[in-house]
Ligand binder design. Structure first.
Ligand SMILES: [Mg+2]
Length: 417
């Protein structure tokens, strides 16, 4: 039997929450931003009328005002958004225990096993959910209903706000295939450019393209995207309880031979930081501190930690801090048996976002580009395994092994505690 998957997407989430307190602004163009006083402040969300003026998320207030001089700016309240997000997901959990949040405003629901309890067909249940959220919270969602996660996600984008879209085995060719290939989950800018060279512009072009050719072109990645385009996504919806946010995220390695010298230690730290950053992003968290633990060949451990000036989920910033710590507490010419890099003092990325808004626009734009880039790498890794992308400076991959947390005395090592 086919699965019944919903993807529920809160429409203009931040702006909708803010407008609950300002109903009189509902029909004016409104945007939410970190600091309304700063020209360089970043647009975090906009309502439908602002969208109509071409206002875009992540552009500066200055850019947005050029397109829409009467744009009303409201400051962000990240605590409120987290609270609403929790309430919304709690409502979803009344319908299934398989609720997988994807960011603060989207969730997948797997209703395969519970749909019959509600005496409704999938569309009617989706409509009921929309009514309930509108009535109880004053928020609207668009819902994609399909037999897999990738198509459900496309469905919630297909028509919004406050709409239900069914993507079935019967209609997906007419509904999904004409869409631009970039609409497909996990198709990044690089893939779009590659596809372009082969005349692949729509999801249908991708679906009809020879799978073997895509495999030789893009490896497993290409084959999998071909499967997605053809409705062959079997990835499960995670159970909500599997997604409790961690307090810290650490990765450690015992090396098959001792590392020695700044270059080798840097390579080890880079590799670990890459894994830590990927896990942070998977949990939608940023860290405000980094801890480094070093074990010498006689199994003596030393660890140090440092606060960061701004929250991050970037591998290169975590690695830089860990390397600084190594320089401070270690003679780099002494042999190293094992390393552990841990991201500490975590906070949800949307809360970190509020802090980041205080930074100047240009620096923030660059960070966002880097985050998108590293995020794309995560998506590929998630689908195709950790070996799919190896950071340039990771020559240590022969004969390494995962190691257990160092024994007592290393309180910095907390595996997603
Ligand atoms: Mg949304």
């Amino acid at each position: 039997m086919d699965r019944v998957i919903f993807h529920c997407d809160l429409n203009s989430f931040y702006a909708s929450v803010e407008l609950l307190d300002h109903p009189e602004l509902r029909h004016l163009p409104v945007a939410v931003c970190g600091d309304p006083e700063s020209r360089h402040g970043i647009i975090l969300a906009k309502n439908e009328p602002a969208k109509g003026f071409g206002v875009k998320t992540a552009e500066t207030i200055w850019q947005a005002r050029k397109k829409c001089p009467d744009l009303v700016l409201l400051p962000a309240h990240h605590g409120k958004y987290r609270d609403f997000s929790r309430r919304v997901n709690r409502i979803y959990q009344e319908y299934t225990d398989l609720v997988e949040p994807f960011g603060i405003d989207e969730s997948w629901l797997d209703l395969t096993g519970t749909l019959h309890l509600f005496g409704k067909n999938p569309r009617a249940l989706a409509d009921h959910l929309r009514d309930r959220l509108r009535g109880e919270l004053g928020l609207t969602i668009s819902v994609g209903v399909s037999f897999n996660k990738v198509f459900a996600k496309l469905g919630s984008d297909y028509k919004k706000p406050d709409a239900t879209t069914l993507i079935t085995r019967e209609n997906f060719r007419s509904l999904v295939w004409p869409l631009p290939v970039s609409d497909l989950l996990y198709v990044g800018r690089a893939a779009v450019q590659t596809f372009e060279k082969f005349g692949i512009r729509t999801i249908g072009d991708l679906a009809r393209f020879d799978r073997e050719a895509l495999f030789s072109l893009l490896g497993k990645n290409g084959a999998q995207l071909s499967d997605f385009a053809n409705g062959l996504d079997h990835s499960p919806v995670a159970r909500a309880s599997q997604l409790e946010p961690p307090k810290s995220v650490g990765n450690g390695l015992t090396f098959s031979r001792n590392l020695q010298g700044a270059e080798e230690i840097r390579a080890g730290i880079t590799q670990l930081s890459d894994q830590v950053a990927a896990r942070l992003r998977r949990h939608h968290m940023k860290c405000q501190g980094v801890s480094l633990a070093i074990r010498d060949p006689s199994f003596r451990d030393i660890s140090r930690q440092q606060r960061l000036s701004a929250p991050t989920c970037l591998a290169r910033e975590i690695a830089q801090t860990a390397m600084d710590l190594a320089r401070q507490c270690w003679n780099l010419d002494s042999p190293v048996r094992a390393l552990t890099v841990t991201a500490i003092h975590l906070l949800p990325e949307e809360e970190a976002g509020a802090q980041m808004d205080l930074l100047a626009g240009e620096r923030e734009a660059k960070r966002q580009r880097l985050e998108r880039l590293e995020g794309t790498m995560d998506a590929i890794r998630a689908k195709y395994g950790a070996g799919a992308i190896v950071p340039a400076s990771a020559p240590l991959d022969s004969g390494r092994e995962r190691h257990a947390p160092p024994p007592g005395g290393l309180n910095s090592y907390l595996e997603e505690s």
